[in-house]
Write a protein that binds this ligand. Structure first.
Ligand code: KG4
Ligand code: ZN
Length: 334
């Protein structure tokens, strides 16, 4: 079969990224331009600034990717783009750019769900083995999904309030760490011990999650200690929060592994870059005789290579989008 090259575009949040992916699992070239430093000054992503920066940078990101791949747009077989979920203005920059390329170069357009992109990040340099359980843990999502085949999803559980990444970011902010909080909490936690007793998120037998109570209890604890003039041990607090947040995931995953007897696990989304979390999830998998698939670090956070990987099965099915494609800020997988 002829090799298939997909040019993929991701601009759903604060990364402008373009990749060329061969046959859905080989990254020919990838460029990621992050706006993180700009948004860090504001303590979080400012949507208006994000979309303006995508507009300013996207052509340069394309040129850089084509240069690395030693290819032109005319050499690829399709143009793929993230259309949901994410910040509307940011998504629209990528979508309009993709439409222009698709029209001018006469290439089919493929629309990709960002969350499915995170799952297919596991296919890069590897493969997906079905049936599997996918744990999506990002700034906007905390979902446990059963997959029985390519693009066959069944939602088992999800967060009832905040996403785990959102909790990492808010807790980081209250203890004075910069955005994005996740990696900074992880770093601080390395020198701490889980000495603070924090409430367990959801103490039930469903596969749902909840992170707003845990987040609020950390915020309250910090404020109360400050009012009493007590000094907080930030390392220990970061470690205690991370410990409790991860324990909730591992407990639910353990339950799901036992109840479904599924032996393949995928983790996806920005929070899956957390090394402590990777180790703890791996322990649960080993205990249940399951195999854990982890994306390489670079494919954990937002990037266009995962969008190219997720677009490939759609290309094979000729599941193409029209030029009236629009952005959607919220959408679920199933
Ligand atoms: O998937 P992603 O790049 O963007 C979304 O689609 O949300 O995930 C970003 C989230 C942020 O909340 C960030 O703090 C978190 O992933 N994150 C981490 C780590 N690296 C990124 N959380 C914990 N530990 C990390 N090492
Ligand atoms: Zn993401």
């Amino acid at each position: 079969m002829k090799d298939v090259y997909i040019l993929s575009i991701e601009s759903s949040c604060d990364e402008t990224s373009i990749a060329i992916v061969k046959n859905g699992n080989e990254v020919v070239a990838l460029t990621i331009l992050t706006q993180m430093d700009t948004h860090a000054e504001f303590g979080g992503v400012v949507p208006e600034i994000a979309s303006r920066m995508h507009t300013e940078n996207i052509t340069m990101v394309l040129e850089e990717t084509l240069r690395k791949a030693k290819m032109g747009v005319e050499d690829v077989d399709a143009i793929a783009v993230t259309y949901a979920p994410g910040l509307l203005g940011s998504l629209l920059v990528g979508i309009e750019f993709a439409k222009v390329l698709s029209y001018v170069y006469n290439k089919p357009l493929i629309k990709v769900n960002h969350l499915i992109g995170h799952i297919y990040a596991n296919k890069i340099n590897d493969n997906l083995h079905f049936p599997c359980l996918a744990l999506i843990i990002s700034g906007g999502h905390t979902e446990l999904i059963k997959m029985t085949g390519d693009y066959e999803f069944e939602l088992m559980g999800e967060t009832q309030d905040d996403a785990i990444g959102e909790a990492f970011d808010k807790v980081a902010r209250v203890i004075g760490l910069k955005y994005p909080g996740g990696p900074n909490i992880e770093k601080l936690a390395l020198n701490g011990k889980p000495t603070y007793k924090l409430p367990k998120p959801v103490n039930d037998d469903s596969y749902n999650f909840s992170y707003s109570g845990l987040k609020s209890s950390v915020i309250n604890l910090v404020h109360n200690e400050e009012q009493r003039g007590n000094i907080i041990n930030k390392e220990d607090l970061a470690c205690s929060f991370q410990y409790t947040a991860v324990e909730e995931l591992t407990r639910k995953l353990d339950m799901a592994l036992k109840n479904t007897n599924i032996k393949n696990i995928i983790i996806a989304g920005g929070v899956s870059a957390n090394k402590y979390l990777r180790e703890e999830i791996n322990k649960v998998c080993l205990k249940n005789g399951a195999k854990l698939n982890l994306p390489e670090f670079i494919y954990c956070t937002d990037n266009a290579a995962m969008i190219g990987a997720a677009a490939y099965p759609l290309y094979l099915k000729k599941d193409f989008a029209d030029l009236d494609l629009n952005a959607e800020s919220t959408i679920s997988i199933c």
